[in-house]
Design a protein around this ligand. Structure first.
Ligand code: GDP
Ligand code: MN
Length: 384
């Protein structure tokens, strides 16, 4: 969230407005009563567009801060392009209100075509970058960084000039872009965005907003982010996944009637594609993760049948060296002991002893298949 992004900015020496995150209107009021000045109160959610949604407001004293925080937290952040479901507001950030003269845009991301980091700068901050690209095409200056050489301040100076940033930015900008570049590598980010990068009427420059998307695959490098992740609000699907003992990213619901269970996110997505190709609609994404043992299979089965419109379950397990007869026994046991509603099962198992595995399944009146496409076709047929 923004306040966490700004904590990273602080570490990199990127100037941020002083402030404090608050978990309740009372906390927001208390902070403001202890600190004079004018404050901006901002919903802490994982999506942008808060300004437009009325989730960024101002307060001059503790009473106003409480009232405004109350108002912001009372309703969820409404859906927009970044999150079609919207998001509840569980905390706010109270920050020094800056006297804004200019709002610019600064970001770094990986460019897919050149496979290198690209720094992007525009003098039109404060709106979505898509909107900037639409309304002011040509206003976004880019620099593709050669990672063998890295970043030097002259790159920042040149970018500020090429983008046509207000001259008031020139002194601070190269170090800020350098800080963003450092963070990008230090923490394994996919995107770091400052929108707006504010120039105040008295000539100071601040990162007024922060968006940092970290690469999940780099999280192991920074155990502290695990804790940050745990403080994030879970949506309904993520809560259900956690209750079933899965990782929060291992389950997602959709509208179809073919339930899917697979091991590995890639295979889970391929399974969904196969259902679509067979003319059906999948009810969910589910990656069982490590070890498809009986209890896990049962939990996954129950998760899907209890919370989706699945009329059939397509289980697609790529065993490799896993013994399929063991997996098959586990599936039979799990599904004979479930108290949830029963739906027909189509199961593809590959790996060691796969033939014995298929026999065990067939004996238990389940439908074993040999290929993913065959399984998808059978499942779609059974769901119709
Ligand atoms: P976002 O809409 O979710 O991206 O939230 P931002 O943090 O970018 O804030 C949205 C808008 O609120 C900014 O573009 C500013 O116009 C306004 N805003 C935010 N902080 C301040 C501030 O300190 N002073 C003033 N005057 N406006 C602010
Ligand atoms: Mn913003």
């Amino acid at each position: 969230m923004e306040h966490q992004g700004k904590e990273l900015f602080r570490r990199a020496g990127i100037p941020i407005p002083r402030g404090q995150d608050a978990a309740s209107p009372a906390d927001a009021g208390e902070f403001v009563s202890a600190n004079s000045g004018e404050w901006v109160i901002k919903a802490q959610v994982l999506m942008g567009g808060r300004g437009k949604a009325g989730k960024v407001k101002f307060a001059k004293n503790a009473d106003e801060a409480r009232a405004v925080a109350q108002e912001i937290m009372a309703t969820p952040m409404p859906p927009n392009r970044q999150n079609p479901k919207g998001e509840p507001v569980n905390s706010v950030l109270v920050e020094e209100k800056l006297p804004i003269a200019k709002e610019a845009y600064l970001a770094i991301a990986i460019d897919r075509t050149t496979k290198s980091p690209v720094i992007m700068v525009s003098p039109f901050g404060g709106m979505d970058i898509e909107e900037v690209a639409e309304k002011h095409p040509g206003s976004i200056a880019k620099f593709f960084v050669n990672t063998a050489i890295g970043y030097s301040p002259f790159i920042g100076r040149e970018l500020a000039f090429k983008a046509g940033l207000d001259p008031g930015y020139r002194k601070a900008f190269p170090a800020i872009a350098g800080g963003v570049y450092d963070l990008f590598f230090r923490y394994g980010a996919k995107l770091i965005e400052i929108n707006p990068l504010v120039l105040t009427t008295d000539g100071r420059v601040f990162a007024s907003d922060a968006k940092v998307e970290l690469d999940d695959d780099a999280l192991y490098k920074n155990p502290e982010f695990k804790k940050w992740e745990e403080t994030l609000p879970l949506d309904e699907d993520e809560k259900l996944a956690a209750q079933a003992g899965l990782g929060t990213r291992n389950f997602r619901r959709f509208d179809g009637n073919v339930g899917t269970i697979a091991n590995g996110a890639g295979l889970a997505m391929a399974t969904m594609d196969a259902v679509k190709n067979a003319g059906g609609n999948f009810a969910n994404f589910l990656d069982v993760g490590g070890g498809a043992n009986a209890e896990r299979v049962r939990n996954c089965y129950e998760l899907v049948v209890n919370h989706t419109g699945a009329k059939v379950m397509f289980i697609n397990i790529f065993g490799g060296i896993t013994r399929c007869d063991e997996v098959a026994k586990g599936i039979v046991e799990a599904l004979n002991t479930t108290k949830s509603r029963k739906v027909p099962l189509v199961i593809r198992l590959t790996g060691t002893n796969e033939e014995q595995g298929r026999k065990i399944l067939a004996d238990a009146k389940m439908t074993p298949v040999e290929t993913m496409d065959e399984g998808a076709a059978r499942a779609v047929e059974l769901a119709a």
